[in-house]
Design a binder for this molecule. Structure first.
Ligand SMILES: [Zn+2]
Length: 252
């Protein structure tokens, strides 16, 4: 029996930046995104939502033999505009991690970092995604750095965002994504205590059934990856530690 492995792709924005400013790390062009999804389709992959991936890795759900999850942090409008039609074309779905206190506004938390600020989807737009088979997960209420806040503040962020997303979307919000990928020793336990089934980080790797369900790694897709970069991150990079061991005569 093979070990369940689920590549969880991490995107933020899809399409050209609104003001033309450079946003290299988290913006992937529509053309690149479409080619990457075509690649996954040709390789025989089907999508699962992040919640399904979590359940499958825990052995609670039978996963398709070749499946992957497509996740989008923050809930930018461009995801509904560009990623939704592309994914639908291939019969794929995605998961958006919404910041409950910023729905329908913008990523104001990036003002201070000098990063581009873009519009975020409204509740109606998020509901539209959900009715297309997407999952809406949580990304806190205010997008704080969770490694530096008190436990009770973190717990409030986790519980209140879950409650609001569930109320506004009309379904359960099962999963969580750490803002900036930051957490401290207690945070994963707080996420579990708040009622989530699993959470993803910005750590690189392919999630497997030996991963901690509250610290799942993802495959970060950046603007320069294209198809070759995605293939490398999916197939070759995960093998590098084994190959290095073999070169040094260990691992057989
Ligand atoms: Zn974020």
């Amino acid at each position: 029996m093979t070990t369940p492995r689920v590549p969880i792709l991490m995107y933020h924005k899809v399409g050209a930046t609104i003001d033309g400013s450079p946003d290299p790390f988290i913006n992937v062009s529509s053309i690149s995104f479409e080619r990457q999804m075509l690649l996954m389709s040709r390789l025989g992959y089907v999508t699962v939502t992040f919640a399904e991936a979590v359940a499958g890795l825990k052995g609670q759900l039978k996963l398709p033999r070749r499946c992957f999850a497509v996740t989008f942090d923050d809930g930018y409008c461009c995801v509904g505009e560009h990623a939704l039609p592309i994914l639908s074309k291939f019969g794929f779905s995605g998961t958006v991690f919404a910041v409950s206190g910023a729905v329908g506004r913008e990523n104001a938390w990036d003002h201070a970092n000098g990063k581009p600020v873009h519009p975020l989807m409204s509740w109606d737009q998020l509901k539209k995604l959900r009715s297309s088979g997407w999952e809406i997960g949580c990304h806190t209420k205010t997008h704080p750095r969770m490694d530096g806040i008190e436990d009770k503040v973190a717990l409030a962020e986790l519980i209140e965002s879950k409650a609001l997303v569930e109320e506004r979307i009309g379904g359960s919000a099962q999963t969580f994504c750490y803002p900036y990928g930051l957490f401290n020793k207690q945070t994963p336990a707080l996420v579990e205590a708040a009622g989530y089934t699993g959470a993803c980080t910005t750590r690189s790797g392919i999630a497997s059934d030996s991963s901690n369900a509250f610290l799942l790694p993802r495959v970060k897709v950046s603007h320069s990856d294209g198809v070759a970069g995605l293939l490398y991150k999916l197939n070759l990079r995960p093998m590098l530690p084994t190959l290095r061991k073999r070169r040094h005569g260990v691992g057989f």
